[in-house]
Design a protein around this ligand. Structure first.
Ligand SMILES: Nc1ncnc2c1ncn2[C@@H]1O[C@H](COP(=O)(O)OP(=O)(O)OP(=O)(O)O)[C@@H](O)[C@H]1O
Ligand SMILES: [Mg+2]
Length: 500
């Protein structure tokens, strides 16, 4: 018998029906993938199971017994734990405090911190995760924050563990650790519901796959009966011929040149150039210093030595404002912190940094500019359409969009700004295959206008599929550079470990 059976689940937000008669049956001791495009309803279905939302109709059975899950606490009591897609840790608290939040060890309301740290250390050790219990969450890399969330869910000792894109920010090595953890959990009879847009992962770890499309249930299959093509077809509802639609465009002169750039303890002696029309991939292990170099180019962090030369002139970017003025844009890795204004509408999130484009006439110092709302609205509509952003209107708050759609809004924003050099840090993290292909098309279109893209990415198929050249960073230094004809996974890996 199934451990979990969700039958006929429907859910609307206001008048927007996001789940329509969806079923999910999960066997005991199995890993069950829940797949579908951005906005298909995966997270919503799981939040219903975790007691965050209440379904409008439908029934849930655990071990054949009908249950009502009216709150997260009720879900926890039933043995359900969820690792949320959006990291939800409290930044000022320590790792241990986050893990034991609202179930701190102690007596009479006094927290036994010593025990809490000891328990955390033991937990981390059994999971082979190397993170100090005393560190504050805000001091951790995104990858480590994600590992803490995973540890927390496992420490709840649940029977059903929902992992909503658990690997979006972690490294290959950490993915291996996670998969080891998952295998030992299923051996104990626990079940995992696994949401990911990374198909290789799904085929590696999952036993069964349920597919949702636009809030509807498409079907459940044993993983062995599907392959990449059939899975994509069921998710997207059509065949997707080309996932990496790389177009060759004429390559022009140097647009930006980095010369011997160093920053104490961050990176050392980095040199590379990017030409007009080029997509430069930046590969390397997480922690190799890739993000730090990009932050320095964008004026978010200083450099000790070296030069940034932009169209032949030495740039002195001390702040992001300087960089933006010169036409350099940066889509960061930590989008929640830096990328969006959650409570503002989708439209405003797209146009806010570039309002000057829509200001037509200066009235006076009290009234300021007249904003061309028509032009602004047109731009917003155009971008929503181009990227296929799933939103009810441009006024819907960005926080209420599905994860992948939030991501598209951020990309839309920077493409609106019309920069010369666009730096993208893990641009398609959490984005479904169909939308990925759309974003890759937009990237090609972008560089065909004589612009350039620097793309930091940990996804091998993506860097190899979309770059004209790849530079590889290794242990905060430059490991090497490859031309398109030299690309291979092995060569990139070799260069990535060359300075370790
Ligand atoms: N709190 C909310 N208020 C209004 N609409 C919402 C809310 N939460 C989700 N939605 C809508 O429900 C739909 C499904 O979203 P959901 O987050 O479940 O998608 P998903 O399959 O998890 O997508 P992704 O792969 O991008 O994470 C989306 O159209 C989204 O905008
Ligand atoms: Mg989701």
């Amino acid at each position: 018998m199934e451990l979990l059976n969700m039958q006929g689940i429907s859910k609307s937000f206001f008048k927007n029906k996001v789940l329509d008669n969806v079923h999910l049956k999960v066997k005991e001791g199995s890993v069950h993938a829940l797949m579908g495009e951005n906005g298909a309803g995966k997270s919503t279905l799981m939040k219903i199971l975790a007691g965050v939302y209440k379904a409008d109709s439908g029934e849930i059975f655990i071990d054949g017994q009908k249950v009502e899950i009216l709150s997260p606490t009720a879900a926890q009591k039933l043995g359900i734990a969820m690792i949320h897609q959006e990291l939800s840790a409290l930044p000022e608290m320590t790792v241990a405090e986050n893990i034991f939040l609202s179930r701190e060890p102690g007596k009479l309301g006094l927290v036994d911190y010593k025990k809490m740290h000891e328990d955390t250390a033991v937990l981390m050790k059994t999971l082979k995760i190397d993170i100090s219990s005393k560190k504050k969450m805000k001091e951790l890399r995104v990858a480590d924050q994600q590992m803490v969330e995973i540890a927390k869910a496992i420490s709840l000792d649940a029977r059903i563990i929902i992992m909503d894109e658990p690997t979006s920010a972690i490294t290959d090595k950490e993915v291996d650790t996670l998969f080891e953890i998952i295998r030992s959990l299923t051996k104990q009879g626990k079940s995992i519901i696994y949401i990911s847009h990374k198909m290789d992962e799904v085929f590696k770890i999952c036993d069964e796959i349920t597919i949702l499309r636009d809030g509807s249930f498409i079907g459940t299959w044993p993983a062995s009966e599907l392959d990449d093509a059939s899975l994509i077809k069921q998710m997207v509802g059509r065949e997707l011929k080309d996932v990496f639609p790389k177009v060759d465009v004429p390559i022009g002169d140097n647009l930006i040149e980095i010369k011997n750039l160093s920053c104490h303890n961050q990176f050392e002696d980095i040199s590379f150039n990017v030409r007009k029309g080029e997509i430069l991939g930046v590969a390397g292990l997480v922690g190799s210093g890739r993000t730090e170099v990009m932050q320095t180019i964008f004026g978010l962090a200083p450099s000790d030595e070296g030069q940034i030369i932009f169209e032949g002139k030495v740039l002195n970017t001390k702040t992001p404002t300087d960089a933006i003025k010169h036409g350099i844009a940066f889509v960061t890795e930590d989008r929640k912190k830096e990328g969006i204004i959650p409570d503002m509408g989708v439209g405003q999130n797209v146009t806010l940094p570039f309002m000057s484009q829509f200001c037509s006439k200066f009235i006076n110092q009290y009234l300021g500019f007249i904003v061309d709302r028509r032009k602004e609205a047109d731009t917003i509509e155009k971008q929503i359409k181009a990227l296929g952003i799933k939103t009810k209107s441009s006024k819907q708050t960005i926080a209420s969009l599905s994860g992948g759609n939030q991501q598209k809004v951020i990309l839309a924003k920077w493409l609106t700004g019309d920069p010369s050099v666009l730096i993208l840090d893990e641009p398609t993290r959490g984005i479904d295959v169909g939308a990925k292909a759309e974003i890759y098309k937009l990237m090609c279109e972008f560089v065909s206008r004589g612009k350039a893209i620097i793309m930091v990415s940990s996804e091998m198929p993506e860097v190899m599929g979309m770059s004209d050249r790849i530079i590889v960073m290794s242990n905060r230094k430059l490991g090497g550079e490859l031309n398109r004809s030299e690309f291979s996974q092995e060569r990139i890996m070799d260069l990535a470990v060359s300075h370790l």
